[in-house]
Design a protein. Structure first.
Length: 435
């Protein structure tokens, strides 16, 4: 029987991909294990080794407390973009993004590339754990063959796999990685126990060992699909109640007095999870001949909300006798959620594009977003600070950043200006319309 070195003795962990998911996880494991954080972005590596996290997910003192000067077998985190630095690891945890393309088809390119990277250094007895959100079956059908091909090793004989879906909530300082219960799984029952024990050693909220990798994959993808469908339902209610001239939030507040009513609110559904994951499940369903009606209906409705919000802003301006052509509109916020710099898959962009289609002049202000990243991703100029003395015909609050709650909007408004609040955080007396 072959001895599997990662099933006994010391654990050394490589975390592949140091973004919103990988870095907090690497930092947490580094409190107990030797960890190498691997990322292809040289600038990211340089910043992290200096104790700086531009995503703001890991506080500087926490990050600096686990950093070590070089890779070793002592506990601590060393960040690198050099393959040699992860060659002696025994666990490889892959935390790269899984986006969709412009046709909303799953794009597994980052997963394939990360699997190739690990395949180059994979040894007998190693365990590769995937955290990226995928459709059920993707780990074993798409990723494992890449590992086998590049390494020349045999799955479940020479090396093993696990799947433990990420549950990171960007910008959330209360529900941090160690405080969120973790689903785990392994390619064999024995490996499932090993993977579960590894996470259990650092996750204080506990773990749930799923019977198979496919079950764990499916559990992850339906978590966000469930939220997506529920938000789509209240978005549809908001559209109906708006026509009926009924306050949607007042309706939800009244209905929420029932003990089992689910507290969802209307809004723009973006980000890297809720706005993406349902497409992964839908894709897999269609591959096996099932057309998912509710999942795709929810996606269509939520994807339409940017256009809807823009139309409501324009309608309110017309009611206030404001000339739309050439009107100056201020959009407050472009990140996908409040108090967080993450602009991936933000639906505020849809609102901006729709407003611009009415020949308006849109100014975007977001103190959290990186203007270079916004320009690179979307071709949109984003201000980190407002210009003094400029006044606007309409102001639309899109993201509930804390800074916007103390912003003096009166100094930014022209006479008769419209204020539209998507998030319902502004004083009601200065707001014309809400979602």
């Amino acid at each position: 029987m072959t001895e599997h070195h990662s099933l006994v003795g010391e654990k050394k962990i490589a975390v592949i991909g140091l973004g919103y998911v990988g870095l907090p996880l690497a930092r947490l494991f580094a409190t107990q294990y030797a960890v190498v954080g691997f990322d292809i972005n040289q600038q990211r590596i340089s910043e992290l080794n200096q104790g700086v996290d531009v995503t703001l997910e890991v506080e500087e003192d926490l990050l600096q407390s686990v950093l070590v000067a070089q890779s070793s077998n002592e506990k601590g985190l060393y960040c690198s973009n050099q393959l040699a630095d992860i060659a002696d690891c025994t666990y490889y945890i892959i935390t790269v993004p899984t986006p969709v393309d412009k046709h909303n088809k799953p794009d597994l390119t980052p997963l394939y590339k990360a699997s190739e990277t690990v395949g180059k250094v994979l040894k007998k007895g190693d365990i590769v754990i995937y955290e990226s959100t995928v459709y059920p079956g993707a780990t074993e059908e798409e990723c494992i063959p890449v590992l086998e091909k590049v390494s020349g090793l045999k799955f479940n004989q020479d090396f093993f796999a696990g799947y433990s879906p990420e549950r990171i909530n960007p910008g959330d300082k209360e529900h941090t990685v160690e405080k969120i219960l973790k689903v785990t799984s392994g390619s064999t029952p024995e490996i499932g126990i090993k993977v579960n024990e590894l996470y259990k050693s650092v996750i204080i909220a506990g773990t749930h060992l799923a019977p198979t990798i496919k079950v764990a994959e499916a559990a992850k993808v339906i978590e966000n699909s469930q939220r997506d469908i529920n938000i789509a339902f209240v978005n549809e209610l908001a559209k109906i109640f708006n026509i009926l001239n009924i306050d949607t939030h007042a309706v939800l507040e009244a209905a929420g007095t029932k003990w089992n009513f689910l507290p969802f609110k209307p809004g723009l559904v973006g980000g890297h999870c809720i706005g993406v994951d349902p497409y992964y499940l839908a894709q897999k369903a269609q591959e096996v001949g099932y057309h998912p009606e509710i999942i795709l209906a929810g996606r269509r409705l939520n994807d339409s909300m940017g256009e809807y919000v823009a139309t409501q802003v324009i309608k309110t301006m017309i009611k206030n006798d404001i000339k739309v052509n050439g009107a100056k509109i201020l959009v407050l916020g472009i990140t996908f959620k409040e108090n967080c710099p993450d602009v991936r898959n933000t639906k505020v962009v849809d609102v901006i594009r729709a407003l611009e289609s009415y020949s308006t002049e849109v100014t975007v202000y977001d103190p959290w977003a990186n203007p270079e990243e916004v320009q690179h991703e979307y071709g949109i100029s984003c201000l980190s600070a407002l210009s003094a003395g400029v006044k606007y015909d309409a102001i639309m609050l899109a993201v509930a950043h804390n800074q916007f709650q103390v912003l003096d909007l009166e100094t930014l408004k022209k006479d008769n200006a419209v204020v539209y609040d998507v998030k319902r955080i502004l004083p009601i007396e200065i707001v014309n319309e809400v979602l």
